[in-house]
Design a protein around this ligand. Structure first.
Ligand SMILES: *Cc1c(COP(=O)(O)O)cnc(C)c1O
Length: 477
């Protein structure tokens, strides 16, 4: 019999049995706090992983495998901890994308976090009229507040902006035609495509104009008996530059009034305050759309607004009332957590001058590049002794992305810490950071790790430093 075959058999024979591992002191402690069946499963998984490894390893490499009960118990504990921790868990975003959809989009203000915790502690007044004790309307909580801040007649919230767009189209134009410019037939990440949304809402799309230019007469020529609405879509995540032209909103509103047709505005990001006052590129604001005479406007709750997931609809009271009565609205409504958090966020807009302090998204947007630079210098000082010569570090100018289709391209000047590891790839370190606790997300460019602290709160800096040092220790072990 060849020696290697012996060796494989020998290794398999040395694997501890289930009872031995189950009685290991650490595993015993795990059993005291968790169901035995769960622990059984974890221990069996751990043994299986090693058994598969022995079976799959080349003969020449078998000598590298050791069987150590202590190590197996440690692995079982690690698997158990991962299985027990929440699947949705806090993470650090050092990638420099403020509204990072995969990382939960906007970071909620503290007042909104408290409002949610308060509302879900027990029962709450979600849909009850406290005066009469009768069933009330959940939409009433936000109607006046949203209308007041945006200068519109009425407002409601639904599940998200995709739902908002569908609801408006379905309410105003089911079975009829909606006119849209060819330059606005966009896809907004993750299967939200205007032509498909239109079809699912039961409307017929009437395309007008060309990709780069659409004129008022294009809209007017397309109006027929079958027309139910005109739709404007903010192209969010892309820009056409050069020889372009869109119809200004006031002219589109006037056309709607002339033919008695509602004009819908899907604003997407929906900034409430004008970012150009902070020296940033201009995003269209909700208030501008209201002032331009748009009949109904929808936008996301968790983009520039900075709240929880939601779709905000504002506009003419008559239209909002019709949307409320649509049975689909019942299917796409929000829950008490959404209402509680959304209310708290809109209240911050009553004191707009304080937003850079009270509102995390606007705090990130408005932090001066010099301040990010100072924090980055401190951060580098914090880790440099521990990292030593395992990476070359520098601080470089870069750009923070708004994300989620707002301010496409890198809109906000920032500084990043650039780390080029010596003898390990940036991908290797990046992977360890991602799988660490808490998970850390960064950018990797040309085999360098880039950390943008604009999206890292001051309170997270210490933990981030520990994560980076741990990741290097692990990579260079
Ligand atoms: C983001 C976006 C949507 C989708 O909004 P969600 O809140 O993610 O559902 C719809 N329309 C436009 C123009 C957008 O930018």
């Amino acid at each position: 019999m060849p020696k290697s075959k012996n060796m494989r058999q020998e290794l398999l024979g040395k694997l501890p049995g289930m009872p031995a591992l189950m009685n290991h002191p650490e595993i015993k402690t795990l059993r005291e706090n968790n169901p035995t069946l769960f622990v059984n499963d974890i221990v069996r998984q751990t043994l299986d992983i090693l058994r598969q490894r022995i079976l799959a390893t080349d003969n020449s490499d078998l000598a590298g495998i050791t069987i150590d009960e202590e190590q197996l118990a440690e692995q079982a504990l690690e698997i158990a901890l991962r299985a027990l921790e929440p699947s949705v868990k806090p993470a650090i975003n050092a990638a420099g994308v403020i509204l990072h959809t995969a990382l939960g989009r906007s970071v909620l203000p503290e007042t909104a976090q408290l409002a949610v915790a308060n509302a879900i502690r027990g029962y709450c007044t979600l849909a009850i009229n406290e005066e009469t004790g009768k069933r009330g309307d959940r939409h009433a909580h936000l109607d006046k507040l949203i209308a007041h801040v945006t200068g519109s007649e009425a407002g409601i919230i639904v599940n998200n902006n995709a739902a908002g767009t569908m609801l408006i189209l379905n309410t105003l134009a089911f079975g009829k035609e909606v006119i849209v410019s060819r330059g606005q037939l966009v896809e907004i990440g993750g299967a939200f495509r205007i032509p498909e949304v239109m079809e699912r809402s039961g409307c017929k799309l009437v395309e007008v104009g060309t990709t780069n230019r659409t004129h008022l007469r294009d809209y007017e020529n397309a109006i027929t008996e079958e027309t139910a609405a005109i739709l404007r879509v903010h192209t969010s995540n892309y820009r056409i530059i050069g020889f372009t032209g869109e119809v200004p909103l006031p002219e589109l509103a006037a056309l709607g009034r002339k033919y008695n047709l509602p004009v819908i505005d899907d604003l997407g990001s929906g900034a409430i305050i004008d970012l150009s006052q902070y020296g940033l590129p201009k995003e269209p604001t909700v208030i501008e759309s209201v002032n331009a005479g748009m009949d109904v406007i929808c936008f996301s709750g968790d983009k520039m607004l900075g709240g929880p997931q939601g779709g905000i609809l504002v506009g003419k009271r008559e239209i909002i009332d019709r949307v409320k009565k649509n049975p689909l609205t019942r299917a796409l409504r929000g829950d008490k957590m959404q209402y509680a958090a959304t209310e708290a966020v809109w209240k911050l807009y009553l004191e707009p001058e304080k937003l850079p302090q009270t509102h995390p998204v606007l705090r990130m947007v408005t932090e001066p590049a010099e301040s990010v630079k100072r924090r980055t210098q401190n951060f580098r000082r914090r880790i440099s002794a521990a990292i030593g010569d395992r990476a070359v570090m520098s601080i470089e100018p870069d750009g923070t992305e708004m994300g989620s289709g707002s301010l496409p391209g890198k809109g906000i000047p920032t500084y990043v810490l650039r780390m080029v590891p010596n003898g390990r790839t940036a991908d290797c370190i990046g992977g360890i950071l991602r799988k660490g606790r808490p998970p850390v997300f960064i950018r990797i460019v040309e085999d360098a790790l880039l950390f943008d602290l604009r999206t890292v709160a001051k309170a997270e800096e210490k933990v981030l430093a520990e994560c980076v040092i741990k990741a290097f220790d692990r990579a260079f072990k």
